[in-house]
Design a protein around this ligand. Structure first.
Ligand SMILES: *[C@@H]1O[C@H](CO)[C@@H](O)[C@H](O)[C@H]1NC(C)=O
Ligand SMILES: *[C@@H]1O[C@H](CO)[C@@H](O)[C@H](O)[C@H]1NC(C)=O
Ligand SMILES: *[C@@H]1O[C@H](CO)[C@@H](O)[C@H](O)[C@H]1NC(C)=O
Ligand SMILES: *[C@@H]1O[C@H](CO)[C@@H](O)[C@H](O)[C@H]1NC(C)=O
Ligand SMILES: *[C@@H]1O[C@H](CO)[C@@H](O)[C@H](O)[C@H]1NC(C)=O
Length: 250
């Protein structure tokens, strides 16, 4: 019975979703020519910027550099990379990198990559924690939190470090690369392998757990490759508009 009405309900809904989705990227006046048509030369970018030799070595040895370039070619979402400087790596406790297994090194690098293009001005709007490329492998782990301090100042944090998101090496769709002065270590990376999905609070008492955790089952996290935050925050609007549309249609 309901199929016809479902269609009339859904087509405006889809339209609205399409209309609501892109504003973050549409914001910039003209976003012309994403530059090089061929494969994106991430190594070249970091090389030119200097002070990223350790990161470049890791991107190469872990294969993540190639993965990023391939994904940039195949995704319309773009990507964001947080690039720790050589100083950042030097400031790690001695032996930290070498103590990581090959797999953990991959996860380390992936945890600096977001599967979506974010301009600096997008971060104040995201809903924390934001999934990284490492998140998929561990279901819920390796999220990054962003806090904005007014204007353009943005901090990124894990449960181990907090640092400013500095200097954009590039900020042109499809790739944003931001300097960070600390390696974004997390307890997932360093700690005991807590593979369980509910990596709940031994460290922190969840103040008002009602909203934040309930981590066991979160279907949205599984399918939404990213941008879950936007969609969530948009849902209320969509619902409102749908109601409006239904009013108009009837
Ligand atoms: C980019 O992707 C297209 C298809 O999606 C493929 O044909 C092309 O070879 C890819 N280019 C590179 C450099 O990977
Ligand atoms: C990327 O740039 C570096 C120098 O910055 C160059 O040596 C390398 O050949 C370039 N790679 C590609 C695939 O263009
Ligand atoms: C990347 O790693 C490969 C081996 O995995 C090596 O042959 C190559 O020289 C490395 N490239 C750079 C720029 O370090
Ligand atoms: C990140 O933010 C979420 C939501 O605000 C919070 O539940 C979580 O504890 C934060 N994680 C860290 C490591 O601060
Ligand atoms: C942002 O991070 C820096 C550390 O780089 C810290 O000193 C500062 O207090 C943080 N700001 C806020 C509001 O958390």
């Amino acid at each position: 019975m309901a199929s016809a009405s479902l269609i009339t309900l859904f087509s405006p809904l889809l339209l609205l979703v399409l209309l609501l989705a892109p504003p973050a990227q549409a914001q910039g006046p003209a976003a012309p020519a994403p530059g090089p048509a061929g494969p994106f030369n991430l190594t070249g970018l970091l090389d030119k910027a200097g002070q990223y030799t350790t990161l470049m070595r890791l991107l190469n040895s872990t294969g993540v550099g190639n993965q990023i370039v391939n994904q940039l070619n195949n995704s319309d979402q773009g990507m964001t990379l947080f690039a720790p400087t050589d100083n950042a790596f030097n400031n790690l406790k001695p032996g930290t990198l070498n103590s990581l297994s090959a797999q953990k090194q991959v996860e380390l690098v992936l945890s600096h990559v977001l599967p979506k293009f974010y301009k600096l001005s997008d971060f104040p709007l995201v809903s924390n924690p934001v999934r990284t490329q490492a998140t998929g492998q561990d279901g819920g782990a390796y999220g990054l939190n962003f806090t904005s301090l007014g204007n353009q100042q943005v901090n990124v944090s894990t449960d181990q470090v907090e640092t400013q998101v500095n200097n954009a090496l590039t900020q042109v769709m499809p790739l944003a690369v931001y300097q960070v002065d600390e390696v974004l270590l997390s307890s997932e990376l360093l700690g005991t392998k807590s593979q369980s999905p509910s990596t709940s609070p031994t460290t922190k008492t969840s103040n008002d757990g009602s909203k934040s955790d309930s981590g066991a089952k979160e279907p949205t996290a599984a399918d939404g490759t990213n941008a879950g935050g936007r969609i969530n925050s948009g849902l209320g609007i969509v619902a409102g508009l749908v109601l409006l549309c239904m009013g108009i249609l009837s």
